[in-house]
Each structure stands twice: as C-alpha cells, then as structure tokens.
Design a protein around this ligand. Sequence first.
Ligand SMILES: C[S@@+](CC[C@H](N)C(=O)[O-])C[C@H]1O[C@@H](n2cnc3c(N)ncnc32)[C@H](O)[C@@H]1O
Length: 237
Amino acid sequence: MVRWMDALTASAAGSRFSPHVQSSGVGRERLRFVVGDALTLGRISLSNSNSNSNSNSNSDSGGVGAGQFTLITGAWVLNYAASLSEMTARFTTIAANLCPTSGVFAGIVPPAVARADLDALAHETNKLNKRSDRTAMMGFARNYYERLESGDGWRTETMAGREGEGDGRVAFRNYHLAREVYEEGARRGGMKGRLEWRRVQMPLEAMSLEGSDSEFWREYSVSGVHIGLFVARRGGL
Ligand SMILES: C[S@@+](CC[C@H](N)C(=O)[O-])C[C@H]1O[C@@H](n2cnc3c(N)ncnc32)[C@H](O)[C@@H]1O
C-alpha cells in the first residue's frame, strides 16, 4: 500500500509548495516522501531522480510513472477544496498517479450529503452546537459558519478537544461540499470507474473507549456520523 497523499499532507503546511523528495530507510530506499501541493503535484516519478515529473497529465498512454500506484488514500484532504474546480484539480493529481485499470482512491471526507439537503444539515448542526452541555461532553463540533455563494456547500470550522484539555484543543477551517461536487470532481479529474460512498460504521474498539451505551454515543447518534468514506476507481468497474 502506498500512502503518498498522507505523506504529502503531513508537511504541506511547509514550503508552499515546491515538490521535494525525502527518503527514509536503511540501505535500500524503502520509504519516500514527496511533499507538494495536491492541486499541482502532477505525476510522481518512481525513478531514482529526486523530483517528480510535475506533469498533470492523466492520459492512459503510459510512459515513465504511468500507473504506478494501485491505492491512494486521502484522510481529511479533499475537504480543503473550496469549489468544483479545486476538487477537480485534486482528482487530476490522484488520477495521474493511479494505475489506469486497477487504481483506487479511498478518502475520508465529510459525510455524503446531497446538495438539496446540505442547508438543512448545516442549520440543524448549528442548532445542536448551541447546546453547551453537548459540545462540552462530545469534545467535537463542526460549525457551518458561512454558505458558499456557489451553493456547492458551506465553510466550516471544526473544534476538537474538551474543556481542561489545554493545548490539546484545536480549531481549524475547511469546507463541506455536496456529494455531487465530490462525484463530479472525480469524473472531471479522470476517475472513470465506479464511485462509491461506503457505509460508515464505528469500530467496536473505538466505541468501547467511551462505553458503547454511553451518553457520548447517544449524543453522537443524534446528528449521524461525522465522516464520509468516498471510494473512486480510476478505471475498470
Ligand atoms: C486535517 S489534516 C489531515 C492530516 C492527516 N491525513 C490525518 O488524517 O491526520 C489536513 C492536511 O491537509 C493538508 N492540505 C490541505 N490542502 C492541501 C493541498 N492543497 N495540498 C497538500 N496538502 C494539503 C493540510 O496542510 C493538513 O496537513
């Protein structure tokens, strides 16, 4: 499994964003980090030179670097796209690096909500967030603070951490775009195969941390799952 997207996001806040390569491992190279902007990264070369090819081509015609990855993961990365064109640029990068026949992208993103339902979800969530007992107990809230002029989604601010957790508390901003934007962005970016929204189920290990019948999980279930699992195939079925 190759997780370059995670690798690149880990230090994306650094230089904005000339791609560079770092290697790790003793003796033979075993792990390589390529850092860059997911919008413009282009096709990563697996040859030994310390650069990527930086071509955004997603043609199926082969050549150096074509089709070298069978799996790309992106955890909480696509939710930094503010529009369909930014979503398309991310998928153009993904498609350029996936094997044209068997390549798969698996992403953790905000919940899959249709454009027609997103305003209602935003208002309902903001109403729940006003209950301070709920946010204090859950230690997590996603605030929908501004609707996008395009109607494609909302600007959101996520707050995580409970009172008393001090430095562990964080707040950061990104977007909740409609599921149609994810799907259309994937298609326009070159993902020609099946697009799926997988059912989200909390692992038992996670549920047992708070006690599976605890107040925490009762509150959690009021608003539905907080993530979406989007799987897009480069080609094939
Ligand atoms: C919430 S973190 C997720 C990190 C990691 N995948 C995880 O699950 O812990 C989001 C990351 O996406 C990165 N990011 C946002 N836009 C990006 C872009 N255009 N190119 C590369 N990384 C980006 C941010 O810098 C940040 O490191």
